[in-house]
Design a protein around this ligand. Structure first.
Ligand SMILES: Nc1nc2c(ncn2[C@@H]2O[C@H](COP(=O)(O)OP(=O)(O)O)[C@@H](O)[C@H]2O)c(=O)[nH]1
Ligand code: SF4
Ligand SMILES: [Mg+2]
Length: 411
């Protein structure tokens, strides 16, 4: 279970007021002491994460957070961290002190969870002392799912775990490439090894693709862009599909004959994560940009900035060259995703491989709320370099969507 990457595990985030018993509940839930429990408000500063196996559901990560009502300067930052922790949540456990009334902050968070459509339950803790009738009446009036527990005498904890295991949404696993190949097909992967490639290994989307092709009993050939033409020449059978790194898409599209299907790892990943439709919608916004428009380039990790960095140098350069417009480009990295996106005319997001699916979906939803079109690096690179719609063609739904919405791209 420890080999399941964190970004693939479901995140259960515990929120609530200071002293409601979030940390105690995380401990009771996991049967492990991992969060500091204290009656001094505001002890849990940064979200604390713990991986566990929640049976019968499977591997999850429990995330303990600071109080939603944490006060002061530092507190504000902590609250922000709670909002960020929620954005990665597949499921939220909202912990209440059963003896207290509902406060304004708690009401706001209930509304916020409704707005971002994150499933959650309300857990009333400390019920061995009693339950505040008004609290339970107000939550019931809102049709909330309510559980009563006590971390002191452990009552309700097992029932809570069973309920959560059943309530965590299970999404349909989308295929990465398995639906595009049959046993015996040849699939060629183009993996340029440049300065940006990690030393001594392949990146996750490439490894996942190789594994899925092999699982389908098909044949996978991995080559660099430089050797692609010679690879194709030496095959005595046409490959079923060529999958390339987006950065090499232009030269690869020139080499691969039109009757061989071509796509990019980035498109495969976007489809796998359920983001492709939104991104396809976002692509053409680039043709509508005007002088002075604000663009956000968002990268989910902070990394050492390289010369000719993709997010900092190459993409801004290509966008400016393609549009011939004077644009205001903001570059944000790490968890620093702006809460208000309404000023942006286009958001260009990295592949998001280190984000959970839910985290990426929340970012897309935030963009949707702000009516800001969003696209990922790979798709915008492919479009600028003339490989769209060709690289969408292997995907019936995406290409239909592209064709149908050509006139309806948001302005
Ligand atoms: N009576 C009672 N006290 C509890 C219970 N759970 C936690 N507490 C106490 O409430 C205080 C705050 O707990 P903690 O887990 O640190 O709350 P957090 O700030 O929400 O993380 C501590 O003094 C705990 O011992 C419970 O079920 N019953
Ligand atoms: S999450 Fe984004 S920045 Fe981080 S490695 Fe993946 S694509 Fe690159
Ligand atoms: Mg705590």
């Amino acid at each position: 279970m420890n080999t399941v990457p964190k970004s693939e595990r479901k995140h259960i985030v515990f929120i609530g007021r200071r002293n409601a018993g979030k940390s105690s509940l995380v401990n009771a839930f996991s049967n492990q002491e991992l969060s500091i429990v204290s009656n001094t408000p505001g002890t849990t500063t940064d979200p604390v994460k713990k991986a566990m196996e929640l049976l019968p559901f499977g591997p999850v990560v429990l995330v303990d957070t600071a109080g939603v009502d944490d006060a002061g300067d530092l507190g504000e930052k902590r609250i922000n961290k709670t909002v960020k922790a929620i954005s990665s949540a597949d499921f939220v456990i909202f912990v209440f002190d059963a003896l207290h009334h509902l406060t304004e902050v708690e009401r706001d968070y209930l509304k916020y969870l409704d707005k971002i459509q994150t499933p959650f339950i309300c857990v009333l803790n400390k019920t061995e002392i009693g339950v505040n009738r008004e609290l339970i009446d107000e939550l019931m009036a809102q049709n909330r799912k309510i559980f009563k527990v006590s971390c002191f005498d452990q009552s309700g904890i097992t029932a809570l775990k069973d309920a959560v295991a059943n309530l965590i949404p299970i999404e349909k696993e989308l295929p990465l490439v398995s639906d595009l190949v049959k046993p015996g097909d040849i699939v060629v992967l183009v993996v340029p090894i440049d300065l940006g490639a990690p030393k001594g290994r392949l990146i996750l989307p490439q490894v996942q693709t190789i594994r899925e092709v092999l699982d389908e009993d098909a044949i996978v050939i991995v080559t660099k862009d430089k050797e692609l033409a010679s690879t194709l020449q030496r095959l005595n059978e046409k490959p079923k599909l060529v999958i390339t790194d987006s950065q090499a898409v232009m030269s690869v599209a020139d080499i691969v004959p039109e009757d061989i299907k071509l796509t990019t790892f980035s498109i495969l990943m976007a489809r796998y994560k359920g983001d492709l439709q939104e991104f396809v919608m976002g692509i053409k916004q680039i043709d509508k940009l005007e002088h002075g428009d604000k663009i956000l380039i968002s990268e989910a990790c902070t990394h050492h900035v390289q010369e000719d960095d993709i997010g900092r140098t190459k993409i801004p350069g290509w966008i400016k060259q393609y549009t011939q417009k004077d644009l205001n480009i903001d570059i944000k990295s790490g968890r620093d995703f702006p809460a208000d996106l309404s000023d942006y005319k286009l958001i260009v997001h990295c592949g998001g491989c280190m984000l959970t699916k839910k985290e990426m979906q929340t970012r897309i939803k935030q963009a949707e709320f702000a009516a800001a079109p969003i696209v990922n690096y790979g798709l915008i690179i492919s479009y600028i370099h003339g490989a769209i719609p060709r690289a969408l063609e292997p995907f019936t739904e995406a290409i239909e969507y592209w064709n149908e919405n050509e006139d309806k791209i948001p302005v």
